[in-house]
Design a protein around this ligand. Sequence first.
Ligand code: 4AD
Ligand code: MG
Length: 464
Amino acid sequence: THAPVVDVLKGQYAEGETVTVKGWVRTRRDSKAGLSFIALHDGSCFDPIQVVALSSLDNYADVQRLTAGCSLAVTGTVKASQGKGQALELEAQSIDIVGWVENPDTYPMAAKRHSIEYLREYAHLRPRTNVIGAVTRVRNCLSQAIHRFFHERGYYWISTPILTASDTEGAGEMFRVSTLDMMNLPRDDKGQVDYAEDFFGKETYLTVSGQLNVETYANAMSKVYTFGPTFRAENSNTSRHLAEFWMIEPEVAFADLSDIAQLSEDMLKYVCKAVLEERADDMAFFEQRINKDVVRRLQALVESDFVRMDYTDAINILQASGKQFEFPVEWGVDLSSEHERYLAEEHVGAPIIMQNYPKDIKAFYMRLNDDNKTVAAMDVLAPGIGEIIGGSQREERLDVFDARLEEMGLSQEDYAWYRDLRRYGTVPHAGFGLGFERLVAYVTGMQNVRDVIPFPRTPGNASF
Ligand code: 4AD
Ligand code: MG
């Protein structure tokens, strides 16, 4: 057996003890004293371990030909390090070369600084870099913390379907799913195929949100959440949109807008605290190399209260700001990312919970407020990225819901099962969706969501 590098660096083996580690060469350099230093990483922590190879090794000639990317099994003695940067190192007793890099000149991850755009072209090799390694550990830490947060509070994790016939958000941004056979079915003179003949007997899509499904479980199990992949055919090439992204959607029965706003604040604080405690090594790297404010910003988030603001007040603030925005501001418009960022970054300087949006810019299921103009919606806007959470109290009153469906030209038939929740023991309930990649980008300071998901799907890009 072999030890993870993190265990050796954390001192789980005494000086003088023999241990085996396995991983990939990040760098190697020869010293004048006739020995070789190898930085070996295995993903278990930010730092590689320094392996000292003495010229007395049988295969020292081979060791001197090692380059970045070669894979090794090293058995060695744990020693206090003379060099700066690490307390412990491994003096090799043997170095087993598991896999050579066939031609170092063609190895795309050669040890130098690559641009983040360059790394995107090598989604299969980029996990070997410092930056993607750090993102991967923070992403994992966040997802574990999210599950822990809900578990500790008595929520059940519900698996909602990926394949669905409903357009939850009603935004028409769905990917259609069909069998290959279906693509060859005869078409009518308008070029339309008859979906009754297809696998599911109706037109089917990849889900844009698990919300409608998870609402059914909230109306029985009380506190639930989904955590799964969602898909949107948004043809927007921005740094915060993906065609495939992960969403966390809690849904709570007997809860209103302020309950769910509080839940979003508690959850974000809990998971950010977990990252500060568990991933200090990676966060120190992000602070140094990606964004110098990133750690301070997380600490502030954990310690301060989120600001709650009404949409109507936000419009007034934007109008009074004297700023020239690309998209003009007036009551009724959707907030664009420049508006969101102005509010979160310049006006407040911290996350904002924005509430009570005009009903015309929000989805059909949101609960109508008494003013008949706004709905009980909430978005969490974070500095540096804008909207990371969107949620609402749901319309639980059947008559109001039906009126809204009609107003939006949606059919009762299509929402029959959803209406049943309002017909049989309806209760006030509320929930939200957290975009996982936007959270990871916010926490790490990474500029683009494409760099915080292993294999980003964007317009024109589904390789790997
Ligand atoms: O605001 P959205 O559209 O809300 C919903 O889907 C609700 N059904 C959620 C609910 O109440 N259960 O999306 C929620 C979040 C956004 O705030 C954003 O963080 C993220 O999902 N998101 C995206 N992330 C990456 N790429 C995209 N194309 C995204 N679209 C939304
Ligand atoms: Mg939204």
